[in-house]
Design a protein around this ligand. Structure first.
Ligand SMILES: [Zn+2]
Length: 276
């Protein structure tokens, strides 16, 4: 039973210790991003990880982690088990539950993934958690955000002297840079990236031994909620509507769903871990 291996992945470190991310180094972020505009080749993996850590530390400043090491450890176990099934298993994967009532989840380049307490509380099984984390893992695998940063950097930095931004800490160029790093998390990715993350995320969850319907059932939960609910505002702004995502999944993924619908859901274990 592959899922039993989850328990063996138990990490002795409290989850908080895994999130000692370096504080934002604008100098490093800017240099990297600026070079990207000129570079013909892709961003190297160590730079991808560094950019991601800088962005993650900014996002953590906006919403702290839930101060529950056991919960953080549990979500890390599930996430790392999923990531271990992928071609980028070697990345420094880390998963964090943000202490926020809104429903959201997002991925940062290099393997850092956040999910909000609000979204976690709407889920009913580990398979559903795996479906959502699988979706976010795909964003990292396929470098969706990294490519968006790469593209956006050229516009954001246009006409702004890099040295000005660094010298004048209160100036508009500096503000622009700071805003740039987090902006894409309020704007969202291309729809095609989101639908790809749904499809491949389902494959990863199924490969890890979970009921492949985990992600679709979360989308059904979202669809059943009041679309005017302010807790959904950001997720609905940054993702295609749940109904559209479900349609796209049904169109392309039905055989995968059917073949893996009797795999583990682990509802009891999930509820025990989440609602303690
Ligand atoms: Zn997404």
């Amino acid at each position: 039973m592959r899922l039993a291996a989850l328990l063996l992945l138990a990490c002795a470190l409290p989850a908080q210790a895994q999130f000692r991310l370096p504080s934002l180094d604008v100098n490093r972020l800017v240099d990297t991003v600026k070079n990207v505009g000129k570079a013909v080749k892709d961003i190297e993996e160590p730079e991808e990880i560094t950019i991601g850590r800088d962005v993650a530390s900014r996002l953590l400043g906006a919403a702290p982690l839930v101060p529950d090491p056991a919960l953080q450890r549990y979500v890390n176990h599930v996430g790392r088990w999923l990531a271990a099934q992928t071609e980028r298993a070697h990345l420094p994967w880390q998963f964090g539950v943000l202490d926020h009532g809104n429903l959201n989840a997002f991925a940062v380049p290099g393997g850092t993934i956040f999910i909000t307490r609000g979204l976690l509380e709407k889920m009913r099984s580990e398979a559903e958690l795996a479906g959502v984390l699988g979706h976010e893992i795909v964003h990292v695998l396929r470098k969706h955000h990294l490519k968006a940063i790469q593209k956006g950097a050229q516009t954001a930095l246009a006409g702004e002297g890099l040295s000005t931004a660094l010298r004048d800490r209160a100036g508009p160029a500096r503000d622009k840079l700071i805003a740039f790093g987090t902006e894409m998390y309020s704007r969202g990715l291309d729809k095609s990236d989101e639908l790809e993350a749904d499809r491949l995320g389902i494959v990863i969850a199924a490969r890890a031994g979970y009921d492949a319907y985990g992600l679709p059932t979360v989308l059904q939960t979202l669809q059943a909620m009041n679309a005017q609910d302010s807790a959904l505002a950001l997720m609905f702004k940054t993702h295609p509507a749940p109904g559209e995502r479900l349609d796209a999944i049904g169109e392309k993924m039905q055989p995968v769903l059917d073949a893996h619908s009797s795999q583990a859901q682990l509802a009891e274990r999930f509820v025990r871990q989440i609602r303690k």
